[in-house]
Structure formats: structure tokens, C-alpha cells
Design a protein around this ligand. Structure first.
Ligand SMILES: CC(C)(COP(=O)(O)OP(=O)(O)OC[C@H]1O[C@@H](n2cnc3c(N)ncnc32)[C@H](O)[C@@H]1OP(=O)(O)O)[C@@H](O)C(=O)NCCC(=O)NCCS
Length: 183
């Protein structure tokens, strides 16, 4: 889509948009929050967040999809990130489009992640032309798997994430997938 207008998912209670400079403090603080990063190897340093920030914004610019900034309409404030990523690490289902989510704890327990996942999948299939969208998380990350199932994704198996240390509890992952409706 380089140079074109960014098409965005839409949902009843959420706004999806591109990241703006003013969002940086929110993004860095979310990634440094121990509860948010409970199922990741560690909280993210400011340098790691900056590198993800740059990659995330470049993907939105270059591919026309990516991890969107998400606001709640009720508060008008940011609640996290949701959307797509082109996953190209070594695995038997990659490269592929991945869907993911990360919300601040104040936004948990309202159904926002599930609502956002449904809206993103709908957007991905109907407007972005995806055939398949995958999602994966550490086996121990049960809240994320509930979102996958509530969004209608089906479990396809398990795998060991090649970017996680083999002795980590986060090494075994579950793999979920959704296909174009009707397939
Ligand atoms: C994964 C994550 C987004 C899930 O958040 P969540 O709040 O559990 O999920 P949802 O937003 O779909 O909310 C579902 C809950 O809201 C409740 N809820 C309240 N109001 C609701 C409404 N109007 N509609 C739907 N559900 C509602 C549901 O009953 C459910 O509660 P339950 O889990 O006690 O049954 C969140 O835990 C998170 O950001 N974690 C940190 C980052 C992370 O691990 N990301 C995934 C990495 S792969």
C-alpha cells in the first residue's frame, strides 16, 4: 500500500489507528509492565520497545497492515495494540500472517481483546484478502488462548518457539488458525 490510505478494522467499542509520536510513552510503559509481559521472557527495555516501535510503524507503512494502536471509544484513550504481523521465523507454518494483542491491565475483563480480534479477522479476510491467519502463544498463556477461541480460531497443534530458550516454560507454544469464512 506504500503511499496509499491505511485501511483499518472497525468495531463497536474500539478505534484502530496508526501510531503517532505522542503514543510512544504509553507504548514503552505497556511493554515495561510486569503483568502485561508475564508470559514473555522479560519486560522490554526502552531500547527494545524503540526497535519494536520502528518495525511496527514500518510494517503498517509498507504492508498496509500491522499492529494497530487501539483506543476505547468510552475513554478516548489508548488501551493497547492489536492486529497483524508477518511472521517469518523458522517453523512449518511460516512465513504467515499472525494476529496478536497486548492490552494494559486496566482494559482487561471487558471483552475488548475478543471484540478486537473478531474485527481484525473480519478486516483481514474481507478487505486485506488474507486466506489464513495464525495466532500462537506460550502454552501457559491461557488468557490469550481464550481470546483465540472466542474469536472463532481453531487449534492446529503445538510447536516449540525457535526464538525462546528451550529450558524456558515459554518454549512450548500453541498454534491456532482461522481461514477465510466458507473455506
Ligand atoms: C491476552 C489479553 C489481551 C486478554 O485480555 P482479556 O481481558 O482476558 O480478554 P477480553 O478482552 O476478550 O475480555 C474477556 C473477559 O471480559 C469479560 N467481559 C466483560 N464485559 C464484556 C463484554 N461486554 N463483552 C465480552 N466480554 C466481556 C468476559 O466475561 C471475559 O472475562 P473472563 O475472562 O473472566 O471470562 C490480556 O490478558 C493481555 O493483554 N495480556 C498481556 C499480553 C499478552 O499476553 N498478549 C498475548 C501474547 S500472545
Amino acid at each position: 500500500m506504500p503511499g496509499g490510505k491505511l485501511l483499518l478494522p472497525e468495531s463497536e467499542r474500539l478505534v484502530f489507528r496508526a501510531w503517532e509520536e505522542k503514543d510512544w510513552p504509553f507504548f514503552a510503559a505497556m511493554n515495561a509492565h510486569p503483568r502485561v509481559m508475564r508470559f514473555f521472557p522479560a519486560v522490554m527495555t526502552e531500547e527494545e520497545s524503540r526497535s519494536m516501535w520502528n518495525r511496527m510503524r514500518a510494517e503498517l507503512d509498507e504492508k498496509g497492515y500491522g499492529l494497530y494502536a487501539v483506543e476505547s471509544k468510552a475513554s478516548g484513550g489508548l488501551i493497547g495494540l492489536m492486529g497483524f504481523h508477518w511472521a517469518d521465523f523458522e517453523a512449518d507454518f511460516t512465513p504467515c500472517v499472525e494476529i496478536g494483542w497486548r492490552l494494559v491491565p486496566e482494559a482487561w475483563g471487558h471483552g475488548y481483546a475478543t471484540e478486537g480480534a473478531v474485527a481484525c479477522l473480519e478486516h483481514g479476510f474481507s478487505r486485506l484478502g488474507f486466506d489464513r491467519v495464525y495466532s500462537f502463544t506460550a502454552c501457559v498463556n491461557l488468557p490469550s488462548q481464550v481470546v483465540m477461541r472466542r474469536a472463532g480460531m481453531k487449534k492446529r497443534g503445538e510447536f516449540n518457539h525457535p526464538k525462546v530458550a528451550p529450558d524456558s516454560v515459554l518454549y512450548p507454544h500453541v498454534l491456532y488458525m482461522s481461514e477465510t469464512p466458507g473455506k
